[in-house]
Design a protein around this ligand. Sequence first.
Ligand code: ZN
Length: 245
Amino acid sequence: MTPEEKREKNRLYMRAYRALHGDKERAWKAANIDKLRAQARVGSARYVNAHRKEVQRKARERERRKRAADPELARQKDRSSYAKHIERKRAESRASHARHVTQRRAQQRKWREANRAKRAIYNREWRESNPAVAAALSKAWREAHPDKAQARAWRSGANYRARKYRAFIERVERDVIFRRDNGRCYLCGDLIRETEKWHADHVIPLAKGGTHCYENLRVTHARCNKKKHTNIPKGQPTLFQVIAS
Ligand SMILES: [Zn+2]
């Protein structure tokens, strides 16, 4: 008897047995349902373990076929699943964002630096072709960042004046000069009060070859500065002495 014939004989025997004793078998199954289910679970887990790749591939294929057969239903299920697990989904998304935020910022910064000239040209062209939007955006930014806007306006005005004299220009910040000089006027020596206007003054005037950089800038009262005009004050170091010191 071949194995095939043996299996066939077995099947016939089982069918005959069930026809006679089907009730007994059903009763036994009902009495042992937990045991049978546990056995099935173990067998199924063992199979999945042994054929993991295959099982996963088949599951993906099944999922793909289902989506292709009814894409609208699939989208609905996605949406309801998202809604059901919204808290977990949001937490996952936040965590992933946090995990990659440093990396992403570094990449963005690197790209911006590598494409500085390109960006400047693109930005200028964009502003020229969208003047109303650009003005509105700029106004919104100034209102949101009044301190930064003021600093930028001062920098741009100061650079403009320095360029007129063809002076050497360094990127300088008004508040850095103020902090460095401890808010003290270099002409009269007094502290500048909050209500008083003050200038960042060029020790060697731009008109006399002074540079627009930290070494040549000092904090002064606006009133003291006006008295000074473009005379280099007596007893003040010249730019060359400042650089040498
Ligand atoms: Zn003063």
